[in-house]
Design a protein around this ligand. Structure first.
Ligand code: GLP
Length: 243
């Protein structure tokens, strides 16, 4: 694992964005694994800037998002489909039909998960962007006695709903369920870029990267990946023993 810490958010965002733009430059039809939450917003801004400045096109690229809330239409401004459109897709030349998110409004969630897995199987992710939840979740893979390998519907933990409540007008508006790519699918990516900011995540960063590999800290399974890059700000990395 390659861990890099940054003094400023701008430096971190630029570095992360550059990894994705390099991937597209090397292989224009790359499959990008994308994430939501507050962490990637600056990275997407930087990707847009680099795309414009250097004329790097996303026209042949494909994207898969990690997760989506159950029950929110893409037109709902709290859905991850809306977030992606707003923060990235509408501002680059990626083709709408090349962008994929689980459909949280599907009537048959099991069939939707199978559909998503089949697409991922056909178009394996080259590089996956990940944030980290305070309880160690990645995507919406919550700590549990066991983890699902493939895409599945999940009941969100109360701490996750509380953490995400800041985006909603009230707690009861925060969805109780989500669809997420499984940890098995995430680990199939050719490369993984985990990005974490803030002192409030320092303890979980240490646990995930240096603690035992356990399903009660889903991100700890990332330790098994051969091409894991971890990008941290100083605060998130402050409990690690970095030289
Ligand atoms: C959400 C998302 C995750 C994200 C995490 C951290 O629950 N499903 O993909 O990584 O929370 O979010 P943030 O970056 O806002 O701290």
């Amino acid at each position: 694992m390659n861990i890099i810490t940054f003094d400023s958010q701008q430096e971190l965002d630029s570095y992360a964005a550059q990894l994705f733009l390099n991937q597209i430059e090397t292989k224009p039809d790359s499959v990008l694994g994308l994430a939501t939450g507050s962490t990637p917003i600056g990275i997407y801004d930087k990707m847009i800037e680099l795309h414009e400045q250097n004329n790097i096109s996303f026209a042949s690229a494909v994207s898969f998002n990690l997760d989506e809330y159950v029950g929110l239409l893409p037109s709902n401004d709290q859905s991850y489909a809306y977030y992606m459109e707003k923060h990235l897709f509408s501002r680059i030349d990626i083709r709408k039909e090349h962008t994929h998110l689980p459909d949280g409004t599907a009537v048959d969630l099991e069939a939707e998960c199978a559909r998503y897995d089949a697409m991922l199987e056909a178009q394996p992710v080259d590089i996956q962007l990940l944030g980290l939840g305070h309880n160690g979740h990645i995507g919406f893979n919550e700590p549990d006695a066991g983890l699902s390998g493939g895409t599945h519907a999940v009941e969100l933990k109360s701490e996750t709903r509380e953490a995400n409540a800041r985006f909603f007008s009230s707690m009861d508006k925060v969805p109780r369920y989500a669809i997420t790519m499984g940890v098995g699918s995430i680990l199939k990516a050719g490369a993984i870029v985990l990005v974490v900011r803030g002192a409030d995540k320092a303890a979980i960063v240490k646990e995930a990267l240096t603690g035992p590999i356990t399903t009660s800290v889903p991100a700890s399974l990332l330790q098994t990946h051969a091409r894991l890059t971890v990008l941290l700000d100083r605060e998130a990395g402050r409990m690690l023993d970095l030289k």
